[in-house]
Design a protein around this ligand. Sequence first.
Ligand code: ADP
Ligand code: ASP
Ligand code: MG
Length: 404
Amino acid sequence: MKIIVLKFGGTSVGTVDRIKNVANIITSYIKKKYRVIVVSSAMSGVTNDLIRKSEKISNDFDVQELDVLLSTGEQIACSLLAGRLRHLGYNSRSWLAWQIPIITSGDYNSSRIININKNKIHKYLKSNGIPIITGFQGINNKSRVTTLGRGGSDTSAIMVAKFFKANKCIIYTDVAGVMTTDPRVFNKAKKIKVISYEEMLEMSSLGSKVMQSSSVQEARLNRIDVDVKSSFQNKSGTLITKRRNIINNKIITGVSSTKNDAKITLIGVKDKPGIAASIFKPLSDNNINVDMVVQNISSNGKETDLTFTIKSGDVNKTRKLIKLNKKINFKIMKVDKDVSKVSIIGVGMITTPGVTYRMFQSLSEKKINIMVISTSEIKISVLISKKHLVKAVAALHKEFSLNK
Ligand code: ADP
Ligand code: ASP
Ligand code: MG
């Protein structure tokens, strides 16, 4: 069986007309003799709307009920899509995750798929059915509905491709493919024809939400080639694949950015061994992810300043945990939510000296102050003031010739 997995994102199924368009894309693959498994997100805006409703019900809405609530968006989109295919004369039905089942483990709101039972879907494919599977959701060993974190339908699609050994997985979205930077931030972004798993993983973890980062991780682990393309135009998109398959002469592949980081600075922290661990342990125990960190060298050997970044949604909880923490002493805590992290990503930087210098130089020419820096083998991130975000992305895009 030549199996292909097609995933449609929220905007692609955002209106009735768009659902009709998606049904036509699906049938074009049936005509090419593929067995098609479809994974769909909720219609755009629906998941956000459900979150808003839950927040109005309670400022501490139960996480298990939140997953039941959020998973409903996908059910709507899948039934509409299956209904359209049936209208066109095809054999199709919706499959909710628990009906398959798609088994998950881990926390509610951010579960991981650990198994997909193939029996029913296989049988259905053999009978020429087109299964329309709800993305983003699963069921755990307590028979409760779970969800996979925002953007989780990408991961559903990759996992379906893995378990059904699909020949191809195509992520249909609202942009032409993976672009050199978010086209909503900088409109001169260019489509990247091919990108390695490693670079895509960095880009998505650093803010390019075109693919959920855990989906890229799964694609990499399972060596699944992924196409990302637009559902609005029939043009080739971006191939995400092994580094070995890529000939690339660019030093930098993309520029990613975030708008939802916050910077916390503790001034006058008693400088003694283990102090950073005492600050960060309660945060990690409470699932707060600390990202960039700088500790200034203490000028008097007694006190130091410590700066770190977290997601802005975690600011209130972090503030509380630090105030309650008896193991640390500090003079002032400063919180700045008007920051953005801008990163350049590319395997080319491994073999090219001077990339860091060029990044810092081009930002300084635009008078953009760098607050915190962090690097890995294939990325350099800097924290800057949010008001300079577009200017910074444009400058880096130009500096590394991404417009070409
Ligand atoms: P879907 O609903 O199809 O899953 P998403 O909204 O999750 O779509 O992801 C697509 C969006 O990701 C685009 O509209 C774009 O604004 C954003 N994006 C951020 N960075 C990039 C990038 N480097 N390339 C393409 N899109 C990006
Ligand atoms: N509907 C979910 C979300 O908005 C999952 C997805 O779109 O991938 O996050
Ligand atoms: Mg998405």
